[in-house]
Design a protein. Structure first.
Length: 486
């Protein structure tokens, strides 16, 4: 950890509070809120100024993608981004967003948007690097919580009057950056990511194929979401952010259920949830009724947020298996997904101007998304070949994996405990992993069972052995080892 002597007193107090409140890693939700509150609420751009809003959004997405791809090929990618650079980028993003209030339409407004987009690339990758440095169990638990923070921030912005809501939206990147830096403060100083097992030149092609499949799905969500000004709803809706709030709530519920019951945290798992949401959204969009438009908007927002946040848990797993560095995975996928959203918006604009049949466009996108799902499953299998049964690099060194010289070792102690307390075969297997300090995500990968099933086995082990935590269980094993050593 970083030395507390280098921290100001108020920073130490804030860091201590965030640690006790267990919200140190939730700032990702605030960064997401900045994107959607800046361009999909009327705090900065009024309803009459939707042309400027969409123009600056497209410019920001384009230059953010350029910045992300530049980070992919930066030198010394194994070293996390410097805190000074991350903080400077947050200042630039907030300043650029505030300048939207005073800069007139034209080239200067586009230049400001481009500057903010480029700077935001560092924030996205910095959050990705932090999620790859914490243990995967914590990273997965932060996903629903980050969505809750997003919903809360978006709701506050929606309820505040303009231009106060716009100022709050502009300051969200700064607050998110502060939480990011406090989260990094709890990590090991001078940290270096483990060297990938395969050279990037070998992994980049299958990774890019998966990213292009993700782009197809992002085009679909961008097509639906950017059609908001032309949509009619059953109730009067002034800010599209209300649909992102509803989508955030739905995505939070999906994330809690999906993370608990999945056996593999990978791309095919993600799009098994996201693609049905996108297909139903496009189907409702094709109906073109006020009620179906509302359903389409909520489902499209939910699918977009599902991809946004679950990416972080998936990439943490990829880094843990030493397949890629965070800059490479986050840079490629975030850039491609943003470009997909941009292309979806351009497709919607073209369809509106040319008078194209919206139903035909929706059917085409539905077919594309349906084809993507089996393609994801195939490409995921090809990508997993690089894993080759590798260990989790950030799961920590296993306890007792070294060759034991004593006649009675840790394995014997755990076998004796399993027999004494009448553990089932599956519970005894879970005990073996717990006794060696393994995490739940590691066990899920090794045993091919869901997180909720593993947690149920752990509860049964605790109840049968009369312990209340993993540390008490480890103490029980150590006590058994000491008894035999004496």
């Amino acid at each position: 950890m970083r030395s507390e002597g280098n921290m100001l007193a108020w920073v130490r107090s804030l860091d201590s509070f965030l640690e006790r409140a267990r919200i140190r890693y939730f700032g990702l939700g605030l960064l997401l809120a900045w994107v959607y509150c800046s361009w999909f609420s009327h705090g900065i751009f009024s309803a009459d100024n939707s042309v400027a809003a969409f123009t600056t959004l497209r410019t920001s997405l384009l230059f953010s993608a350029v910045g992300l791809l530049a980070i992919v090929f930066r030198p010394h990618k194994e070293i996390p981004l410097k805190p000074q650079s991350v903080f400077a980028s947050a200042v630039v993003v907030s300043a650029a967003t505030l300048l939207f209030f005073i800069v007139p339409s034209g080239p200067l407004l586009l230049a400001v948007s481009a500057m903010g987009g480029l700077a935001s690339a560092l924030l996205w990758v910095a959050w990705g690097e932090l999620f790859c440095r914490i243990d995967q169990e914590t990273a997965e638990s932060c996903i629903p919580s980050s969505l809750a923070v997003f919903v809360l921030a978006a709701l506050v912005v929606y309820l505040l009057p303009s231009p106060v809501s716009g100022v709050v939206s502009a300051l969200l990147p700064l607050v998110s950056c502060m939480m990011l830096l406090l989260g990094e403060n709890a990590q090991q100083e001078e940290y270096v990511f483990p060297t990938p097992k395969e050279p990037f030149s070998r992994v980049v092609l299958p990774l890019s194929r998966l990213a292009l499949c993700s782009m197809a799905c992002s085009i679909a969500t961008g097509f639906v979401v950017t059609g908001f000004p032309m949509m009619q709803f059953t109730v009067e809706v002034q800010d599209f952010i209300v649909f992102y709030i509803a989508g955030g709530i739905l995505t939070g519920a999906i994330a809690i259920f999906a993370i608990a019951h999945t056996r593999r945290m990978n791309f095919s798992f993600l799009y098994e949830w996201a693609i049905p949401l996108i297909v139903f959204s496009l189907s409702f969009c094709a109906l073109r009724t006020p009620l179906s438009n509302m359903c389409a908007a909520v489902l499209a927002c939910s699918a977009a947020l599902c991809v946004e946040v679950l990416f972080y848990a998936i990439f943490a797993r990829i880094t843990a298996h030493r397949l890629c560095l965070p800059s490479e995975t986050f840079g490629i996928f975030r850039a491609v997904v943003q470009l997909g959203f941009l292309l979806g918006g351009l497709l919607n604009a073209w369809a509106t101007r040319s008078g194209a049949d919206v139903v035909a466009v929706c059917l085409f996108l539905i077919c594309a998304c349906v084809v993507m799902l089996p393609l994801f499953l195939h490409l995921q299998g090809r990508f997993d070949e690089f894993k080759g049964g590798g260990e989790f690099a950030v799961d920590g060194a296993a306890i007792g994996d070294q060759e034991e010289t004593s006649a009675y070792g840790r394995q014997d102690a755990m076998d004796e405990i399993a027999k004494e307390f009448k553990l089932s075969a599956r519970e005894a297997e879970v005990l073996q992993y717990l006794g060696r300090g393994r995490s739940v995500p590691y066990m899920r990968e090794a045993m091919m069972i869901s997180k909720s099933t593993i947690e149920t086995h752990i509860k049964h082990i605790y109840a049968k052995t009369n312990v209340h935590s993993k540390q008490e269980l480890l103490d029980l094993i150590e006590a058994r080892l000491e008894e035999h050593a004496q």
